[in-house]
Design a protein around this ligand. Structure first.
Ligand code: PRX
Length: 638
């Protein structure tokens, strides 16, 4: 049973836990970690050197996370539902898996992986629709100690190849096809195209989902159902070191290609479980639904690992909020009596735009807690969610965190700590946020704004960036020595509640998805008509931020409107091929030059202001090489 510190039920308990977590982090986390299944306990709780980006938690401990997600529950929860799968089409039957069934399915998949030569430490990339086999495949990797790297099944072949090659994966798991709303996507074909440039992949295991014909490459590709036909339903869990990597998840930064964020086993496990249970105030009979795709970190920690570690029932949805209509989320909540609902502001905003009847025609009586994640939630969306979905009865937890933090860092605990619109709130126990000046000086006191950094290690902290530790150090630990730098700006209100303002680097957040402006520019520059490009964000009603691309074309390629339309379409095609549809710019403006300083640096501040429509206040443009370019850009603004 969890110790008294593992579950917080009152504000006083929160304050006490927080105080203890700061005064004696090692003792605090040792107590939280106690109830898990360990093959061997740790010899030291924490060994950390923040400046070197070295963070080791539960040193010397041995465990397998799937024993904690599955085996541990069999004695008391074998017949409890672990996963409810709600398919894309409401007319298709849903599926339920108990903890016993999920355990068996994971063991079978793990045996298939073994039989196909996957060993401890191997990297396995997974490109699959949101179907139960995706959850099963992820856990199967963890069962045998393979490092999973899930790639969101909306990324393009090129993006898959980049990730597979960077992770040096030898095996890829996929499906024949995917449903997303009214669309169907031939997932296996996308993988085939990607693997043309991935010489290291020797095996592809294909799950049958839509029953589509696919090309199977002799000697490389096998069907999962054939491989699983007569494998045992049990599979011993591989004993892992606390710090063995559990997964790699690629995420965008302000420079270069997306990097592989590495999380390790024990710290991530403890962090996922602790934050999940406390933020959502989970009770035994909750039906919990996180709408994120497992391809993102939210799906990893709060659809899969967190709920299963806590022995909860987690709903997994294959579709989209607006299919077949804008009432789908609410229909699913009523259908499965969902009590805790966790989604993104962009989904809320898109549903707000539909007639209110879409939500009012459902009872939503089962709901108890609402959560938000991925981007700042604006006041209007917060109130709409609170009033029309939560019926002013359900606390809203606005959870701030990042791929790199492994789990929730700053958030209300439902009904326990304060929940204020547009504010994430107070930090989790173990999280010591600070606001820094640009020079790195800590800003004391309340009612202040600054760069958000974290002072002390926490169990879920990023361990490295795959294959390039120096990159992790430079990105997160070197900017402000002794701190983890988040890349976000934040405000601390008069009561010490944190409000996240947004990124202070060249990362943009489109519908809760992170992109580096440089990453999109690189993609655009692959287009043969393009000489140079500059990408900035602008406020977007539904997506939070939209992508605005300024593009200089090759001389003679873009003279009339027809040329422009053609080039814009071809640029979009290039981005879709390089990254995926999710990175499509909202606006493309063809320009003859970009505002550059005499030293050749693009003045993005000006481009941002123009994209935002704030042209009356462009600031000092006298240092520009060619100030006339600004007038042209303003005149052609989209
Ligand atoms: O800018 C913050 C924003 O999303 C970034 C992290 O993105 P990612 O690693 O993709 O993880 C998303 C899911 C955890 C952060 O640096 N962000 C995330 N949650 C919030 C947020 N901004 C404001 N409020 C939030 N609740």
């Amino acid at each position: 049973m969890p110790t008294k510190h593992a579950r917080i039920r009152t504000l006083e308990e929160y304050q006490e836990a927080y105080r203890r977590s700061v005064e004696n982090p090692e003792q605090f986390w040792a107590e939280v970690a106690e109830p898990f299944t360990w093959r061997r306990k740790w010899s030291k709780v924490l060994d950390s050197d923040m400046a070197a980006g070295r963070n080791e938690w539960f040193q010397g401990a041995r465990l397998n996370i799937t024993e904690n997600c599955l085996d541990r529950h069999l004695a008391t929860r074998a017949n409890k539902l672990a996963i409810i799968y709600e398919p894309n089409d409401p007319k298709t039957r849903h599926l339920r898996l108990t903890y016993r069934e999920l355990h068996q399915e994971v063991c079978k998949f793990a045996n298939v992986l073994h039989n196909n030569g996957v060993e401890k430490g191997d990297r396995v990339c997974i490109y699959m629709p949101m179907i139960p086999q995706l959850a099963i495949a992820v856990l199967a990797c963890a069962r045998i100690g393979a490092v999973h790297s899930v790639i969101f099944a909306g990324f393009s072949a090129t993006a898959i190849a980049d990730r597979v090659n960077d992770a040096q994966a030898t095996v890829v798991l996929t499906a024949d096809g995917l449903n997303r709303g009214a669309k169907q996507i031939p997932v296996k074909r996308v993988v085939d195209e990607a693997l043309e440039t991935c010489p290291g992949v020797r095996r592809v295991i294909v799950v049958e989902h839509l029953g589509w014909p696919v090309q199977m490459k002799e000697g490389r590709d096998v069907w999962y159902h054939e491989e699983a036909a007569d494998v045992p339903k049990t599979c011993p869990a591989e004993e892992m070191d606390a710090e063995d990597p559990l997964f790699i998840l690629y995420t965008s930064g302000s420079t270069g290609k997306p990097k592989g964020v590495v999380h390790s086993t024990a710290g991530y496990m403890v962090w996922a479980d602790y934050t999940f249970r406390n933020v959502f105030q989970i009770e035994e009979n909750d039906i919990y639904w996180c709408t994120a795709d497992i391809g993102w970190v939210t799906g990893h920690t709060y659809l899969l690992y967190g709920p299963l570690l806590a022995g909860s029932t987690s709903l997994m949805f294959e579709g989209i909020p607006t299919y077949p209509d804008a009432g789908r989320f609410w229909e699913v909540i009523d259908k499965h009596s969902v009590s805790i609902f966790y989604t993104a502001p962009t989904a809320i905003r898109s549903l707000m735009a539909a007639p209110l009847d879409n939500v009012l025609s459902y009872s939503l009586d089962s709901l108890r807690v609402l959560g938000s994640v991925g981007e700042p939630i604006n006041e209007e969306a917060w109130y709409w969610y609170y009033q029309h979905v939560g019926k002013e009865r359900c606390p809203v937890v606005d959870t701030w965190w990042q791929t790199e933090t492994g789990g929730i860092m700053i958030s209300a605990m439902a009904g326990i700590t304060p929940s204020k619109p547009t504010h994430a709130g107070l930090p989790m126990p173990g999280v010591q946020p600070v606001l820094l000046t640009q020079e790195g000086k800590e800003i004391e006191g309340n009612d202040e704004e600054g760069y958000l950094a974290i002072k002390h290690s926490w169990p879920g902290i990023i361990r490295t960036t795959y294959g390039d530790h120096e990159r992790a150090v430079q990105t997160y630990f070197a900017p402000y020595k002794g701190y983890y730098f988040t890349g976000d700006g934040a405000r601390r209100d008069e009561n010490g509640l944190y409000r996240i303002i947004g990124r202070v680097d060249d990362v943009i957040n489109v519908s809760g998805h992170r992109f580096g402006t440089a990453e999109i520019e690189n993609a655009i520059n692959h287009n043969q008509n393009v000489v140079e490009s500059a990408v900035v964000a602008f406020p977007h009603d539904v997506k939070g931020q939209g992508i605005y691309a300024y593009v200089i074309c090759q001389p003679g390629t873009c003279d009339g409107d027809k040329d422009k339309a053609h080039i814009e379409a071809s640029i979009i095609e290039t981005i879709v091929a390089q990254i995926g549809k999710i990175a499509k710019p909202d606006k493309i403006q063809i320009v003859s030059g970009l505002p550059k300083t005499r030293s050749g640096k693009i003045m993005r501040r000006i481009l941002r202001k123009v994209a935002e429509g704030e042209i009356s206040n462009l600031g000092d443009t006298t240092t520009l090489l060619d100030p006339a370019v600004v007038d042209e850009i303003i005149a052609g603004r989209k």
